[in-house]
Design a protein around this ligand. Structure first.
Ligand code: UT7
Length: 331
């Protein structure tokens, strides 16, 4: 069977830096609270209205293509992971396809939140293994800054998220030793309401009312402590599962690129797995949580630092749904 590989990875974040102190000017919070609880110092927000996740994805895709040695004409499918799509419908993949100038190729949106990139990677992996496609763009892109509430009511969520995009060109590995060695996906809908946006809802007519808006149901609601508990249990679990699939052990792992929801979560997970601190990629202090984009951004920065060359990389994510996933990739 053909083995799929990440041939190149890129990212893009908007230029507008928003520090914790900036947020403290518009709602009751502080740099100390945010940094101590999450490890975040600053995040990026879109510079002006009208910039959607598909716009952020365009430069990320071009960087991934350049690094992969592939060109746009080689791409034969797009998978776009986002929880903050450009519009309710059609999917951001269609907007991205138009902006890249790739008419005719399939564009699939997936809705798997923080695990979205690894879910997308799993689909691309299967497509490539079966010969359905040769080169797939797997994208994670989010614009959160327009979808969180900068008030005391929304501050537990608003301080955590940032805007950004990451992209990978997934193609056929030319070396059987390299590529996606394992990828595993999970979900448990019993926690769906622990991190969600209650409205608009298609089960209501109309889907949103003035009363719902007054209640703030259009903003994300999070049971942070519950999500934290699940994350620190499920991320090590799925990491062990993908390692077992490959026959590798933690000692074989050169780099751990986890989802970036909270630095404390990732330190705990790395500790539970006995991964030394120097092998763990953290960038939450600069970007906050960019949901589906965190893992490709982490991979892209590691590519730029030269840390992916020849490396065996472990990745794991946990988030809304609940969904969680893990992967082992050898570069
Ligand atoms: O990728 C998506 C998945 N999401 C996650 O993985 C998030 C997981 N959860 C977490 O990371 C943590 O639960 C948080 C960082 C979100 C919050 O930390 P916590 O220790 O669970 O805090 P908390 O929500 O229990 O709030 C503690 C206190 C509360 O005040 P009282 O009731 O003790 O007086 C909150 O009102 O902190 C208050 N608070 C804030 N204070 C200042 C909540 N948000 C803020 C804020 N600034 N931004």
């Amino acid at each position: 069977m053909r083995r799929a590989h990440i041939l190149g990875v890129g990212h893009y974040v908007p230029s507008k830096v928003v520090t914790n102190d900036d947020l403290a000017k518009i709602m009751p919070t502080s740099d100390e609270w945010i940094f101590q609880r999450s490890g975040i110092k600053e995040r990026r927000f879109i510079e002006h209205d009208g910039i959607g996740p598909s716009d952020l994805a365009v430069p990320a895709c071009h960087q991934a293509l350049e690094r992969s040695g592939r060109s746009l004409k080689d791409i034969d499918a797009i998978i776009f992971a986002t929880l903050s799509p450009d519009a309710d419908f059609p999917g951001s993949g269609c907007f991205l396809q138009r902006k890249l100038g790739l008419p005719g190729i399939p564009a699939l949106d997936i809705r798997n939140q923080c695990s979205g990139f690894l879910y997308g990677l799993s689909i691309a992996n299967a497509w490539i293994q079966t010969g359905a496609y040769d080169n797939v763009l797997v994208v994670g892109g989010e614009v959160h800054s327009t979808g969180v509430e900068f008030t005391e009511r929304g501050r537990n969520v608003a301080v955590l998220f940032g805007d950004g995009a990451g992209a990978a060109v997934v193609g056929v590995s030319d070396d059987p030793g390299k590529g996606i060695l394992a990828v595993k996906l999970h979900a448990d809908g019993s926690g769906a309401e622990d991190l969600w946006i209650p409205a608009p809802r298609s089960g209501y007519m109309p889907r949103i009312t003035h009363e719902m808006l007054d209640e703030g149901l259009q903003w994300p609601q999070m049971n942070g402590k519950q999500v934290f508990r699940w994350a620190v249990e499920k991320m090590p679990e799925v990491a062990r599962e993908v390692l077992a699939d490959t026959g590798l052990t933690i000692a074989d792992i050169d780099l751990f690129v986890p989802h970036q929801a909270n630095r404390r979560i990732n330190e705990f997970v790395a500790g539970a797995l006995d991964i030394p601190a120097e092998k763990v990629v953290h960038n939450i202090e600069r970007f906050g949580n960019t949901t589906a984009a965190t893992i490709p951004i982490g991979l892209s920065e590691s590519w730029a630092d030269g840390r992916l060359k020849g490396a065996t990389v472990l990745s794991a994510a946990f988030g809304s749904g609940y969904t969680w996933a893990g992967a082992v990739i050898r570069f």
